[in-house]
Write a protein that binds this ligand. Sequence first.
Ligand SMILES: Nc1ncnc2c1ncn2[C@@H]1O[C@H](COP(=O)(O)OP(=O)(O)OP(=O)(O)O)[C@@H](O)[C@H]1O
Ligand SMILES: O=P(O)(O)OC[C@H]1O[C@](O)(CO)[C@@H](O)[C@@H]1O
Length: 439
Amino acid sequence: MNTADLLTITSDDLAITRLGERTVDTPLKELLGERQETMHYVTETDRVLLDVVQGIAKKRGVDVAGLPAFNPGGPREKLFFEPGEVTAGIVTCGGLCPGLNNVIRGLVLHLGRAYGVRKVLGFRNGFKGLADGSEPLRLTEAAVADINNRGGTILGTSRGNQDPAVAVDTLVRLGVNILFVIGGDGSLRGAQKLADEALRRGERIAVVGIPKTIDNDIPWIDRSFGFQTAFTQAAESIRAAHVEAFSTENGVGLVKLMGRHSGFIASHATLASHDVDFTLIPEVPFDIDVFLSCLKKKVEQQGHAVVVVAEGAGQEHFPASDQTDASGNAKLNDIGGLLKKRIIDWFGDAPLSVRYVDPGYEIRSVPANAADAVYCTRLAQAATHAGMAGFTSMVVGQWHGRMVHLPITLATASRSVVDPYGQLWMNVLETTGQPKKLH
Ligand SMILES: Nc1ncnc2c1ncn2[C@@H]1O[C@H](COP(=O)(O)OP(=O)(O)OP(=O)(O)O)[C@@H](O)[C@H]1O
Ligand SMILES: O=P(O)(O)OC[C@H]1O[C@](O)(CO)[C@@H](O)[C@@H]1O
């Protein structure tokens, strides 16, 4: 987040819905002691920053009155739900992402150990499991033992819309008080609909989102869990492509990476490997002929070259398609296949060996690395505290290094993309040495 972002939001954008506050003391009070106070409020550094921002905003007539009250994650002094009487539900939706099982386990352990919540239900196969009458799994400490060492999600996941009214019926029937939705922007929109439906009916159900996606495209938060593991794995594919290209006469290693409309995975994997000569991302359009002529020159100079292309890059080179997946996400054209063909055509009779690597699902089906595992644990703890305090329609996430609460509406209002004028892309350009513009 930068100062410009701050100036675009108002206190209303940051307001978190709370079901209420009861006089139930947090069981963590003793453990937290005096620290609790300091955990609740923004630090002195934030205050100084926010004072400056507010000063600028005032001059420009922008209302940022609520900013200092942005909502830190962590335990609250007063809970909304009675510990011990709570039934919690967990659902994982959308594409796989490293760390899903870590978050599930973190929630089960923290709900039980910090708050004495023993009844945790795991809905099967995404939102579908809230609507198809299937029996949820009973998640105990034993049931989630060691799942953090596995990729995927023990609950299963799915894409595709479900009726929020039916889902809320299920929650009411099963007595679920807090529903944790682990998913990307689509899942969070779905979570918002469930929370709205519950509020409309006057049901006391808190819906707490935990942003998940390897694409790292959720705005405001520093990163989504699973992203670091995914680009670490993607860097392995680049390593393989580089070894192949380097060891072959006039070798071109071409790697296609996931990431939908954001080039974060491609950019970070490029920086992690240092062996990439061209990185193509959706945020920076390119002319294929200009790219091909630069690539040929590179191969002539160096004897080999490595190209990383994000799956959402170069979509302007395809006829528009209105195909979508079950959730309504636009289906992307195969830029990797197109580039491979165009490279071969462009080189013509000149010597060339293309080594095309498409790791596909391999980058997201692995277990979380240590950095993501830490983040998953912290997210699970923050989500537990938020749910017990009765916050709803919100997500937890790290914002400038600290856990915060954000309204789902803010987290889904935009999509995070690589800024073509920002530091990350400049770092990529410095690393690859590719021309600033390929058109
Ligand atoms: N606008 C929406 N309203 C209600 N539900 C939605 C909406 N968008 C998506 N969903 C539901 O949320 C679930 C997950 O959505 P989706 O498949 O888009 O994945 P995602 O959460 O964005 O994750 P990923 O980043 O892996 O794609 C699906 O069941 C989908 O139908
Ligand atoms: O899981 P599916 O439906 O094949 O979708 C793949 C998409 O999901 C993601 O892995 C996560 O959003 C994208 O990077 C990719 O485009």
